[in-house]
Design a protein around this ligand. Structure first.
Ligand code: TXA
Ligand code: MG
Length: 341
């Protein structure tokens, strides 16, 4: 299936905003990945997300808001560090965990007292959120949206991926707003700033396009790694973001073991940087990946989906450099491989 690169029409945005305001499900594009959205203030609508994804209901969802939304509607406190991060990176691929306004039903945050908020930069997401806010009596709208994939699977970076994931749902059950491929390609960076009143600074819950170094430049220190008290993140399950085909990482150190596995035969794929050809070329399919971390991230999930369709017995992916700019890609690849350990 091909994806329409064009933007949806005004009527399509209008229809999607109405479906959301009336408690329905809408998949929509963001700059990171496609989201599976429902009205964050409507617990029955939020339940539809959990049901469609097959996701446990104690996993909190990210609430998406339009630029200029009144954050006080959603949260009780905006600490200075959160304000600094919003000023620097919103709209964009950054989610902040903040203390939830108790007036917002806790279905959306899996019962936690915090809430994840993100203001996406994608123009279609923004138009949808803006129009939905106009339809709400409060003038405020939040769309709860996890990535539009079944629980534990690879996130969708194209409308065709969403259609494939939810082929079991009719257009009445799930409206898909189509736009081109996602620019960033991996999920937003998540930073917890919900415990500053306890003296806990920013904590990096999920690495992403907005790197720890970029955050440090704005707030003056590197965000900490999650501790025991940090909010739970489903994407932080050790095994997550996995393709269906078994996947392992390799580097020059375990090249002989990979060579031995390849020699046993069977259709296997190798994903590697062009500079490393340690295997005989006749026993496998060879995919050359980008040496640029951002381009790699942009294509990562689409690549895993293509490989899943290749009927391989095994996918071997060369380890990426262990440098800060590769942190988010390494995080996702590590979890994909962990699913098969
Ligand atoms: O880029 C993204 O963030 C995409 C697009 C659609 O915006 N969304 C996304 O959602 O990746 P999801 O549900 O696949 O991942 C959201 C992560 C989960 O790991 C969840 O646990 C965490 O955000 N999260 C949301 N609210 C939270 C909260 N109150 N406390 C801790 N973690 C939270
Ligand atoms: Mg997800």
């Amino acid at each position: 299936m091909t994806d329409t690169p064009s933007s949806p029409s005004e009527q399509q945005i209008e229809q999607a905003a109405r479906v959301l305001a009336q408690g329905g499900l809408v998949a929509f594009p963001t700059e990171t990945v496609y989201g599976l959205g429902a009205d964050a203030e409507n617990p029955a609508a939020v339940q539809l997300i959990y049901k469609a994804k097959g996701r446990p209901a104690n996993h909190p969802l990210i609430v998406h808001v339009a630029p200029g939304a009144d954050l006080r509607y959603w949260v009780t406190d905006i600490p200075p560090v959160a304000q600094q991060l919003m000023d620097a990176f919103w709209p964009g691929p950054l989610t902040l965990i903040l203390p939830r306004n108790p007036a917002i039903p806790d279905t959306v945050s899996g019962g936690q007292s915090s809430i994840g908020i993100r203001c996406p930069s994608h123009p279609v997401a923004q138009a949808l959120l803006k129009r939905m806010a106009e339809l709400k009596p409060s003038g405020q709208a939040g769309v709860a949206a996890p990535s539009a994939n079944k629980f534990g699977q690879v996130s969708p970076t194209a409308a065709s991926h969403v259609r494939d994931e939810f082929a079991d749902m009719s257009a009445e059950e799930l409206l898909i707003v189509e736009a081109g491929p996602s620019e960033v390609g991996i999920e937003s960076t998540i930073v917890d700033v919900s415990r500053t009143h306890q003296g806990v600074g920013a904590v990096l819950l999920r690495p992403g396009h907005i790197s720890a170094a970029m955050i440090a430049e704005v707030i003056g220190y590197e965000p900490a790694s999650p501790d025991q008290q940090a909010p739970q993140v489903s994407g932080s399950l050790k095994a997550h973001y996995a393709p269906r085909t078994p996947l392992s990482l390799f580097d020059e150190g375990n090249a002989p073991a990979v060579q031995a596995a390849l020699a046993k035969g069977g259709k296997q794929a190798i994903v590697a940087f062009a500079s490393l050809p340690p295997f005989s070329a006749d026993v496998h399919d060879w995919y050359v990946c980008s040496p640029d971390a951002q381009l790699y991230a942009q294509d990562l999930y689409a690549m895993l989906r293509r490989l899943d369709q290749g009927q391989y017995q095994h996918i071997w992916v060369q380890r990426c450099p262990d440098t800060p700019d590769w942190q988010a890609v390494n995080d996702r690849l590590g979890r994909a491989a962990a699913a098969f350990e």
